[in-house]
Design a binder for this molecule. Structure first.
Ligand code: FES
Ligand SMILES: [Fe+2]
Length: 421
């Protein structure tokens, strides 16, 4: 099987000596105690992606995001001044969840001129100011100015909206993302606005699922039924060209598979007909030139089919060479469960063929993801059995090694802080 040249001598893992090469502990993925520590040590101390600016097209556009791991829900809203702001989704009167539609446990979105509480009718402006208190005269020295919504730090990078639950984050969003991730900010995310969204409740620790997405060499095995007919020759499409780590973030490139270059008899008839399939629509958008940016190939490889950037802790952006992208996000709900969100973004379709091609990609990739979903459920169900919590990781599992090391480091750092304070 062909191996692609590594950018430097030696293995990828050995370029990051701090990661070591020994077996890795997965106790961090089965322990309720570790999960409790992660909530504070990780999810309340990091910039968390919550949505895209296209979800907030005009003044008053809003969406809510439930962040169970941090015991909160946030409202993200565009104000009359065009600014995107975030607030804890809680009424200042008696703590009712302020914004929800049919089910208080479900996220919602829409357009509003103000937010009114469903309990006693207190009202808040788009800037969070409290504008109305029911029977205000019956309260005691209450000044509405003191009862605005509690703000959450919010910033936008490349159209991605992030929040930080610590009111005084140590780093701005730009600093936090660092040079490797911000190198893709010129990608035309703002022109890839046709979105397909999926969400699944997965019976696995969030890190166990991330592991299955941050190496692709399992693909010929797990996803064998979706392979092109002459798979052996193309197996190398899943072998990484480049792995890189920058602070808590990580990325890889693979050459990908180009079904449009395969001989006719080796392509599924449905894919040939629709000019689309597992690896995206075959026809690129008109602005394809703009989607070829150096930042997606930090290893300098000529042919890069896939570039996945994983932004610590739980967000992945995967760019594809034909000018589309998708994102992954993992929201922990317990030590052994999480919500998995997946969004695919294409150029606005030019015609019916484009629509069908995009739908074909969405459906094929959903099938692909469901295979990973059942696989990680199987891993979770046996992790820890027979006392097995340490596992050997190969060179192409460097990002899994880095993810677990980062989670363990952040938890250890917060424990040290607690013991000294
Ligand atoms: S709890 Fe919101 S108005 Fe009373
Ligand atoms: Fe997979």
């Amino acid at each position: 099987m062909a191996r692609f040249p590594k950018p430097l001598e030696g293995s990828w893992t050995e370029h990051y000596p701090e990661l070591g090469t020994g077996p890795v502990s997965y106790a961090d993925s089965i322990s309720p105690e570790f999960y409790e520590l992660e909530r504070d040590a990780i999810f309340r101390r990091t910039w968390l992606h919550v949505g895209r600016v296209e979800q907030l097209p005009r003044a008053g556009s809003y969406f809510t995001k439930d962040i169970a791991v941090a015991n909160t829900s946030v409202i993200v809203v565009r104000g009359h001044d065009g600014e995107v702001r975030a607030f804890h989704n809680v009424c200042r009167h008696r703590g009712n969840k302020l914004v929800w539609t049919d089910n208080p446990r479900a996220e919602t979105s829409g357009t509003a001129r103000q937010f009114s509480c469903k309990y006693h009718g207190w009202r808040y402006g788009l800037d969070g100011a409290c504008t109305f208190v029911q029977q205000e005269g019956e309260f005691f020295d209450l000044d509405k100015a003191d009862y605005g919504l509690v703000p959450v730090r919010c910033d936008v990078w490349a159209g991605f909206v992030f929040v930080h639950l610590d009111r005084e984050p140590e780093q701005s969003l730009q600093e936090y993302l660092g040079p490797m991730v911000t190198a893709i900010e010129d990608y035309p995310f703002d022109r890839l606005t046709e979105r397909y969204a999926f969400r699944a409740d997965v019976p696995a620790n969030w890190k166990v699922f991330m592991d299955a997405l941050q190496e692709q060499y399992h693909a010929p095995i797990v996803h064998r039924n979706q392979r092109p007919e002459n798979f052996e020759a193309h197996q190398a499409g899943f072998e990484a060209l480049h792995y890189q780590v920058d602070g808590p973030h990580r990325m890889f490139n693979t050459p990908g598979i180009r079904p449009w270059e395969l001989p006719d008899d080796q392509i599924k008839p449905s894919e040939k007909l629709l000019r689309s399939g597992l690896f995206g629509p075959w026809d690129q958008p008109e602005f394809h030139e703009a989607t070829v940016i150096d930042g997606m190939r930090p290893g300098g490889h000529e042919r890069v089919g896939v570039a996945l950037f994983e932004i610590w802790p739980n967000f992945g952006i995967q760019l594809w060479e034909r000018g589309w992208y998708h994102t992954y996000q993992h929201w922990p709900t317990s030590h052994e469960t999480h919500g998995f969100e997946w969004n695919l973004y294409f150029a606005p379709p030019r015609n019916a063929r484009d629509v069908v091609a995009q739908e074909m990609t969405a459906v094929s990739l959903k099938e692909f993801a469901l295979q990973d979903d059942s696989l990680v459920a199987s891993v979770q169900s046996t992790l820890g059995s027979g006392g097995l919590t340490e596992f050997p990781l190969g060179d192409q599992e460097i990002l899994c090694r880095h993810l677990h090391a980062t989670a363990q480091e952040w938890v250890a750092a917060s424990l040290r802080e607690r013991s000294t304070s």
